[in-house]
Design a protein around this ligand. Structure first.
Ligand SMILES: Cc1ncc(COP(=O)(O)O)c(C=O)c1O
Length: 361
């Protein structure tokens, strides 16, 4: 039986993407070779790389002032690549600490320059997005935010992103867990990055979108592989890229385009409203975070009676539901409802929550 996959990433993929990957493993683009055994300089792959880069920009509605890269090293490598490329040792960068990943990013930046923490929700276990900001006495070189906090289940609203934009010349967003999931003005950002393994494909590729004008302003020399400008000059092919992961991402982008962003957004709103509605109307479950900051991608909740956690996990598993356990640092439950999760999958989870409550009584 095919499971209903609520894992937080790597995570559920559209069936069309899985089918396309399988067929490319057999024979890629009629080459008579598997995609796993071709040169990255083969024209059919160069077309994939360039096609994927162009489609990211097209879907984001961004112009030629932006470049798109497919890099390796995961979103975590962007935590150090960003300050390495953008922050001189006498500069200050502003970070908003909204969770484990945001915190990891700011800790890495300290290796390269000064970091000013504009706001943090750490003291309340990251249960909200802080809305009061202390900008410090120096205008930050850039501001970094994590638009969706995968582990805690909070998400920045477009309204507050817009407000933050006014505070800085350069706004950077880690969109690893909410890229292409909601209606957002991507041009508010000068840089966006995302590990592909949630809404953009499989692990092994990281998408980086950069407004070119923010580069070339620092004084330190950079190793070629870690220099965004070098990666841009080489169209993301300075060395062997992760061919298979880029291809899977290209297929995912094509799937997104075929659904249309607007339809994906509408479905995501319905899925999230349903699931949070079920949590709020339940007598046994409770949401973890401030309602106005709830993530549309990662719904985090706990049982009022925590001794029932294992029983509910097992009950859900019997119905083919997998991946709903919360991150090991938080516990409880987390249902990741990325773009590829159909509404029917969310319905099955909601039904399991209701039936568990009835069975218990
Ligand atoms: C928001 C966010 N940023 C960064 C990361 C780290 O990504 P990676 O494992 O690709 O380095 C994750 C992983 O889940 C994430 O959710």
């Amino acid at each position: 039986m095919k499971k209903i996959n609520f894992y937080s990433g790597p995570s559920i993929l559209p069936q069309e993407v899985l089918d396309g990957c399988k067929s490319a493993i057999d024979d890629f683009a009629g080459m008579g070779l598997s995609i796993l055994e071709i040169s990255h300089r083969a024209k059919p792959f160069v077309d994939v790389m360039n096609g994927a880069r162009a489609m990211v920009k097209e879907l984001m509605g961004l112009g030629d002032e932006y470049e798109v890269l497919y890099l390796q090293g995961g979103a975590s490598s962007q935590f150090f690549m960003i300050p390495y490329n953008l922050l001189d040792s006498n500069d200050t960068a502003g970070y908003i600490d909204t969770g484990t990943w945001a915190h990891g990013a700011l800790e890495e930046a300290k290796l390269f320059g000064s970091v000013h923490v504009i706001a943090s929700s750490q003291s309340s276990t990251y249960d909200h997005i802080p809305k009061q900001w202390d900008m410090g006495d120096r205008r930050p070189k850039y501001i970094h935010i994590t638009t969706n906090n995968t582990i805690y289940g909070t998400q920045w609203s477009p309204h507050y992103i817009k407000m933050l934009r006014d505070e800085t010349d350069i706004l950077i967003g880690d969109m690893s867990s909410d890229i292409f999931s909601r209606d957002i003005d991507y041009s508010l950002f000068d840089m966006i990055y995302a590990g592909a393994q949630k809404n953009m494909g499989v692990a092994g590729a990281t998408v980086v979108v950069i407004r070119k004008s923010i580069l070339g302003q620092i004084h330190r020399p950079l190793p070629k592989m870690l220099d965004y400008s070098v990666q841009i000059e080489n169209a993301s092919m300075k060395n062997t890229p992760s061919i298979f992961a880029v291809y899977a991402s290209y297929l995912t982008l094509q799937w997104i385009k075929k659904q249309s962003l607007q339809s994906i957004y509408a479905t995501n709103i319905r899925k999230a409203e349903k699931l949070y509605g079920a949590i709020d109307s339940s007598d046994i479950f409770i949401g973890n975070v401030a309602k106005e900051d709830r993530s549309m991608m990662n719904a985090c909740f706990t049982m009022k009676d925590k001794t029932q956690d294992a029983a509910f996990s097992a009950f859900a598993k019997d119905r083919g539901i997998v991946g709903i356990e919360g991150h090991r640092s938080v516990g409880g439950f987390r249902a990741s409802i990325y773009n590829a999760m159909p509404e029917s999958g969310v319905d099955v989870l909601i039904q399991a929550m209701k039936d568990f409550q009835v069975n218990k009584n």
